[in-house]
Design a protein around this ligand. Structure first.
Ligand SMILES: [Zn+2]
Length: 350
């Protein structure tokens, strides 16, 4: 928990503007559901909303908290006595946790203007625990604000959703991910290529800001930009070596440990290939290579952009997309990846 301000939030402009309007009109709701992909900053927006609602000296024309009152100071210290956070305990959020949190909401606020409850992974509230919370949601005291947060809205109980104002969040733009990663101290030469592959998620972006993962990205990008200059058999040799390079750097949700390429490895590799070719395509349309996520291989981007037609780069990108669409059919990962690279090599032949 920290003191967050609407004005400092990157991305989510429509969502932040909607909340700021409610706050300035003095008509905020008492139960919100923030839903959207993992790692896009829903929780930071939740904290910014609570900070402003709890602020004791709010400026009527400014949706940000004052930053000086006892409530703002408590947010700054990271231990606000009026804000409770409910997190999973094992596989679910348990009824005893809900009861304890709801009990704390019954008392008057200690330092702020309201009491707040943030529920992380709200989809883990199952029937019993949800009922315990719903009773409180139906009888708001006027001084309590619930913010439920979920990245799996399809699993959320309808009874909860129907009682909340729903705010949907979208993935962050690559520019926002890059800027936020750099603000966290990541060097630009890791943050920018990571942002191109992060699918709008800071969680994934941080995972990629790792030297050994980025070395793998570089390896694939180099190959993608050279493709078409060597014999097609080069593709098979490249694919043969990929599995061994992935040992120890696979994301947590990929279960494979061995040196063999597995199906779950393919989306990431396809996305790296696409990101390299996308950048080359941008160079072909006149963008300076230095402004793109893969700026550190600017020479390679320019070489490919000059070597082949833009239409052929598009065809190579399409080939990766076709395989991605077919992954549900459970293809042999090595064969499928080799076939895509041979197809792309033919398109990118000088
Ligand atoms: Zn304040």
């Amino acid at each position: 928990m920290a003191l967050h301000r609407f004005s400092a939030i990157r991305g989510h402009r429509a969502q932040v503007a909607a909340l700021a309007r409610l706050v300035l009109r003095g008509t905020p709701g008492h139960a919100y559901l923030f839903e959207g992909p993992e790692g896009v900053g829903k929780d930071v927006v939740a904290q910014a909303l609570l900070a402003r609602l709890a602020c004791m000296q709010p400026d009527a024309n400014n949706p940000d908290p004052c930053g000086r009152c006892p409530s703002c100071a408590a947010f700054n210290r990271g231990d606000h006595p009026d804000v409770t956070r409910l997190e999973r305990d094992g596989a679910t959020i348990k009824i005893d946790q809900v009861r304890a949190a709801v009990k704390r909401l019954r008392y008057e606020p200690v330092v702020g203007a309201v009491k707040g409850l943030i529920v992380e992974s709200a989809e883990l509230l199952r029937e019993e625990a949800a009922n315990a919370m719903l009773k409180t949601l139906e009888e708001p005291s006027g001084q309590t604000v619930f913010i439920l947060v979920t990245s799996k809205p399809q699993l959320l109980l309808d009874t909860i959703r129907s009682r909340c104002q729903v705010l949907r969040f979208a993935p962050l733009s690559p520019d926002d991910v890059a800027a936020l990663l750099m603000a966290e101290g990541q060097p630009a030469d890791l943050a920018r290529p990571a942002s191109a592959l992060a699918e709008g998620s800071m969680t994934l972006g941080r995972t990629l800001c790792d030297a050994s993962r980025m070395a793998f990205v570089d390896h694939v990008v180099d190959f993608a930009l050279r493709l078409g200059q060597d014999a097609p058999s080069e593709a098979a040799a490249f694919v043969e070596g990929l599995g061994a390079r992935l040992v120890g750097i696979r994301p947590d949700d990929v279960e494979a440990k061995g040196k063999d390429l597995v199906r779950a490895d393919l989306p990431w590799i396809l996305e790296i290939l696409r990101s390299a070719w996308r950048d080359a395509l941008m160079v072909a349309t006149g963008m300076p290579a230095e402004s793109l996520p893969h700026a550190r291989v600017a020479v390679g981007l320019r070489t490919l952009a000059h070597r082949v037609d833009a239409g052929r780069i598009v065809a190579a990108i399409d080939a990766t997309q076709r395989l991605e669409d077919k992954l549900v059919l459970n293809p042999n990962p090595k064969l499928a990846m080799t076939a895509v690279l041979v197809e792309a090599a033919i398109q990118l032949r000088s």
